[in-house]
Design a protein around this ligand. Structure first.
Ligand code: NAD
Ligand code: ZN
Length: 394
């Protein structure tokens, strides 16, 4: 090998270690204040710092948690922010110290990190890494430290991710490398909703073969929970929603029965108890409503019933009669379906590529980033399961 070739190879390998190129100006949907439409703005995205990667977002889903921050949580310190946390994209450049990623890698940004070093990552009992956005945040959502500015102001990164932007910067502990053949406009759903619901059933509830389940709320999270119950071998799956239009979709994912609480003049827990000779083995709340959380618990069988809180709210307390738990029911919660994120997401991508889990069936609408407000309004009206926004060209 000539000296020239050697120096060329050395330069190339250095470039692979550290490929930062300067500030990028790009389009993003900025939430300037609560309860207002997002505004498509030109923002500046700083180069990745140590251990960070800059990602070109190709596609993103719109999840109810984005709506929660905008319309329900409305924490005053959580704005301006770029929302979006269910995306997929391509690594554009990497900062110093990044060895795991290279420009061109296909990735899914993770709102829950996996550093592999903290006491939580080392425990098989939890997926709650100590080092991600959740360790240093305003309210429950936005990371205090951000790589975005717009019109001279710092703009926060919602859940540390901000996928409603053509580019974002993430720490490498919160990025999953995925099969390069996976379609980004489908697997983006594994960045939140589908992993959350599926994992809630499989990892958190630990649904058993032959069991009876009830899933409350049939958005993407609830339908993924139905899919998880079926995957785990449940023999009867009650899909519960106040919107009758959700019934047909629920069957696609494996529900055996659809129950609309509005069709009965008694509590839904009584209805389910009558249909199941005492209650279901597992119930999953995928709405984000404390009254529904209580109903889901009360729908479980005494002795062994397990109820999992999946829906997101941090505004209200919930309550239940202690006898519910004394009688042997278990009440649990789940974040990201209990998946250790860097390990779990590529496995779910593989499961999709092998046709073991569905994704395409969740997508009812495709739009572009500029139509984000339309997508938000559609979800508010219950008019979609998932809208996938195309953000940049591949
Ligand atoms: P979505 O808005 O698409 O779906 C919610 C569904 O609940 C709708 O079908 C609606 O008709 C139904 N519903 C409303 N009130 C109901 C009631 N009283 N009884 C039965 N059904 C009712 O939302 P999504 O994107 O599927 O998210 C669902 C929830 O999961 C949200 O609260 C979201 O914030 C939360 N979430 C939690 C996590 C987590 O890690 N725990 C992650 C993602 C999303
Ligand atoms: Zn989400």
């Amino acid at each position: 090998m000539t000296t020239f070739e050697q120096s060329f190879i050395l330069k190339k390998s250095l470039a692979a270690c550290y490929t930062t190129k300067g500030v990028i100006k790009c389009k993003a949907a900025v939430a300037w204040e609560p309860n207002k439409p997002l505004v498509i703005e030109d923002i500046e995205v700083a180069p990745p710092q140590a251990n960070e990667v800059r990602i070109k977002i190709v596609a993103t889903g719109v999840c109810h948690t984005d709506l929660y921050h905008l319309f329900e949580g409305m924490h005053k310190d959580g704005f301006p922010a770029v929302l979006g946390h269910e995306g997929a994209g391509i690594v554009e450049s990497v900062g110093p110290g990044v060895s795991e990623f290279q420009p061109g890698d296909r990735v899914i940004p993770l709102f829950i990190s996996q550093c592999r070093e903290c006491r939580f990552c080392k425990s098989p009992k939890t997926n709650q890494c100590e080092k991600g956005w959740a360790a240093d945040h305003y309210d429950v959502m936005a990371l205090a430290d951000s790589r975005f500015t717009c019109k001279g102001k710092k703009v926060l990164q919602f859940m540390g991710t901000s996928t409603f932007s053509e580019y974002t910067v993430m720490n490498q502990i919160a990025v999953a490398k995925i099969d390069p053949a996976a379609p980004l406009d489908k697997v983006c759903l594994l960045g939140c909703g589908v992993c959350t619901g599926f994992g809630a059933a499989v990892n958190t509830a630990k649904v058993e073969p032959g069991s009876t389940c009830a899933v409350f709320g049939l958005g993407a999270v609830g339908l993924a929970a139905v899919m998880g119950c079926k995957f785990a071998g449940a023999k009867r799956i009650f899909a519960v929603d106040t919107n009758p239009e959700k019934a047909e979709k629920a069957r696609v994912f494996g529900a055996t029965d659809f129950v609309n609480p509005k069709d009965y003049n008694k509590p839904i827990s009584k209805v389910l108890a009558e249909m199941t000779n005492g209650g279901v083995d597992y119930s999953l709340e995928c709405v984000g409503n404390v009254d529904v959380m209580r109903s889901a618990l009360e729908s479980c069988m005494k002795g062994w019933g397990v109820s999992v809180v999946v829906g997101w709210t941090d505004k209200h307390d919930f309550s239940a009669r202690p006898i519910q738990l004394i009688a042997g029911r278990t009440w649990k919660g789940t974040l990201f379906g209990g998946f250790k994120s860097k390990d779990g997401v590529p496995q779910m991508v593989k499961a999709y590529m092998e046709r073991k889990v569905k994704l395409d069936e969740f997508i009812t609408h495709n739009m572009t980033l500029t139509q984000v407000n339309e997508a938000i309004e559609l979800m508010k009206r219950g008019g979609c399961i998932r809208t996938v926004l195309s953000v940049s060209r591949q």
